[in-house]
Design a protein around this ligand. Sequence first.
Ligand code: KG4
Ligand code: ZN
Length: 340
Amino acid sequence: MLLLSIETSCDETAAAVVQGGRTILSSVISSQIAIHAAYGGVVPEIASRKHLESIAPVVSQALHDAGIGIDALEGVAVTRGPGLSGALLVGFSAAKAIAVARNIPFVGVHHIEGHLFAPFLEQPVAFPFLALVVSGGHTHLYHVEGFGRYTTLGRTIDDAAGEAYDKSAKIMGMPYPGGALIDRMAQSGDPAAIRFPRPLLHDGSLNFSFSGLKTAVLQHVMKNPVTIPGQAANDLCASFQEAVCHVLAAKTEAAIRQTGTSRLVVAGGVACNSGLRNRMTTLCTQLGVELSIPHPSLCGDNAAMLAVPGDYYLSHGFVSPQTLDVTATWNMDTIKESMT
Ligand code: KG4
Ligand code: ZN
């Protein structure tokens, strides 16, 4: 199918045109990061207003870049949740309006479903597979048996990995969101300089905890103020990154052994991280597991990724009703009941 997909769950207004859940004809992302950076994080009310301003131009640009008119579309896939309600409503209402005006089906998709199928835009992965989704709001391990068939194996019990990056960056005096900057500075630092805690490393579960790590960074910075740029700051970033990646890799390894999987997908904004990409590559080579990580341009929030599950659902008759609403929270494990 020729799909328009729309994403407005947080601070990116994005639209894409994708053919057959596979070929990206266009992908437009309008980021609000510069606006929210002044406040040190995403301000929900501002996010909704900016989405309202951007949604029509972003959709028009996506159609223009794809070289098609709106009448060529065969369906619309849109993020239904989880995310900021006001922000979600903008994209969801636009998707419903286009569907009704063009008399085409639309489907509301889970934001994380988009992330975990992003690698399919480059190369489809055979089911079943294990997925580690690491973003600003999620740090989850899923067993994926097919579209809509997800089982949570482990999850963060407090902060997500991206949240830990951004909060630690803020403590170090970096602008929001600091994840990518920590990664860049870490590449010139010593990962063994500071021994940060590895939360829940040996608790026997597949869960994560990152809030204590952020507190450890705060305590370290209070005792040892750092200036940026500088070697001490690089060492701090490298040591922090080492702690995060160590835990992510150890829990993923435990999940691989527990499930006996031969395929791993790593997705979400933090999958851009160079340390994590290297560590996962090494781990999968050692264990003989096939690794799929999207190109960095497909790791962060984008609309194209939603077209992968969107195309599957629409071409299998799973059409959302016009009465459907957005949902700020949505457990992936419950999708089975409605979409399979
Ligand atoms: O998936 P995403 O774009 O949005 C959410 O769904 O949350 O992820 C954004 C998160 C932010 O926390 C950002 O700091 C983090 O991904 N991030 C990184 C890197 N690039 C983005 N974290 C660590 N290293 C990076 N290179
Ligand atoms: Zn995301």
